[in-house]
Each structure stands twice: as structure tokens, then as C-alpha cells.
Design a protein around this ligand. Structure first.
Ligand code: FES
Length: 227
């Protein structure tokens, strides 16, 4: 993990933002940086997730603080946490934003294409500037596409995990252990004020009666470790 300086250079219409920073600070898809604006009076740093590659930095996923404006200097710490790992053999990739923007999953598209995979993005949130080869489906189709996929990456808020499991038919011992289910990972969104520095517990997640910290044990978890 590194500390360094970055700069917010542009905020796009879809609320993503261009951040210039040294290459060693750029998070992988699913990882995050903690960012604090040099001029901000706010005491807490903000988690900033990767959305896409850009020259000399990266494009950050929504939503950044409304008070942040282009030109702002940022103190950065990271990359932090476990990101997504697309299995090299995956050829049918499902990216699913369960309850918010799919922009934290966008970085997986180029990885999937590089290994010759088809990509289906499931989201009820409109996504701009997607490659034409990406098929977009509504959340209503999630369960069917989950059964088609050989790798699935989800983005869901901590409080919505039970609902995600229900939609996918997980949590049932027979289904969960079925070898026909795709390798699946989920980026769990939770408040992460300290990014594991102070062990504040704000990001705690209970998995099978055991506490995990989203900030350091995640934010990406294997789905079969949760259900
Ligand atoms: S954010 Fe403080 S312990 Fe995770």
C-alpha cells in the first residue's frame, strides 16, 4: 500500500471522474483508494473505486463527494483490499449491479474480452459508452443469466446481500454446493471510514457467525463464502 498525491481533473456527465495519480496507486477492479481532498475540512477520507483505465491515472466510479471539483488535489492511500479475479478459463462473464451503478464492474469488461469471453451486463441503471459487444439486460433476467455464466461478478450493498442470495437461489445447501454454479464474486459496499487503519468496525460483515471487515477482508468476497 502506498501514499501519494493525485489530482481530480474532470467530472463526467455520468458522475465518473478522471483522477491523475502515479501508476502504483491505481487500484485494480474491485480495489479502492482512500482519498482526502487537500482543501477539504471533512475529517474522513473517501473510498474511491476503479471504473476504467485512462492515461496517467484512472477513471473513478461514482459517487464522489459533491464538494469535489476539477483541479482539486487529493491525498491518496492504497490500493486497498481484495479485487476481482476473473478465472482465465472464463468465457461467459456476467457483471451484475444489484442495487446501484455498475461502474465498479466496468474494468472487468476489457479483462474478459482479452481472454475471448462474452460479457453480459445486468443492471437497471443506464450505462453510457459501453463497448457494442457487451449485452445489457435488466435485473429481472439475473437468475437466467447467472445459470448461463461461467464467471459472475456482482456489486451489492451490504444490507442487500440476503436479497441477492434469494434472487440467485443461494443459501440452499443443495444449490450452493452444485458444481454447475459459476465461480462468483461480490463487491460488498459498506461505509469504510478508516480503510482498516483504525479498526473502527463500521464495515463489519457477519459471514457464518464470523466477523469480517469489508475494508480489508474484501471488498470483494467469493460468493460461496457468504452463502
Ligand atoms: S473501515 Fe474501519 S474497520 Fe473497516
Amino acid at each position: 500500500m502506498k501514499n501519494g498525491q493525485g489530482q481530480l481533473t474532470e467530472i463526467y456527465l455520468d458522475s465518473r471522474a478522471q483522477i491523475l495519480c502515479p501508476p502504483q496507486l491505481i487500484p485494480a477492479p474491485g480495489q479502492y483508494l482512500l482519498a482526502h481532498a487537500s482543501t477539504s475540512a471533512a475529517p474522513l477520507a473517501v473510498p474511491v473505486f476503479f471504473s476504467d483505465s485512462t492515461p496517467n491515472g484512472f477513471c473513478a466510479a461514482p459517487y464522489l463527494p459533491l464538494s469535489w471539483t476539477p483541479g482539486m488535489q487529493l491525498n491518496l492511500r492504497g490500493p486497498i483490499g481484495h479485487g476481482f479475479v476473473v478465472p482465465p478459463a472464463a468465457r461467459k462473464v456476467l457483471l451484475a449491479a444489484f442495487d446501484e451503478s455498475p461502474e465498479r464492474l466496468r474494468g472487468l469488461i476489457s479483462i474478459a474480452f482479452m481472454q475471448g469471453a462474452e460479457v453480459v451486463l445486468v443492471s437497471d441503471v443506464l450505462v453510457e459508452l459501453l463497448p457494442e459487444a457487451v449485452e445489457v439486460q435488466p435485473l429481472q433476467a439475473l437468475k437466467d443469466i447467472y445459470q448461463w455464466a461461467d464467471y459472475a461478478a456482482f456489486d451489492a450493498a451490504r444490507e442487500n446481500l440476503p436479497q441477492l442470495g434469494k434472487v440467485l437461489g443461494l443459501g440452499n445447501a443443495t444449490l450452493s454446493k452444485s458444481s454447475s454454479l459459476p465461480k462468483s464474486q461480490v463487491l460488498v459496499r459498506a461505509p469504510m471510514p478508516c480503510g482498516a487503519l483504525a479498526e473502527c468496525g463500521a464495515c463489519a460483515l457477519t459471514i457464518h457467525n464470523e466477523w469480517k471487515m469489508v475494508c480489508k477482508d474484501g471488498p470483494v468476497f467469493d460468493l460461496d463464502s457468504i452463502f
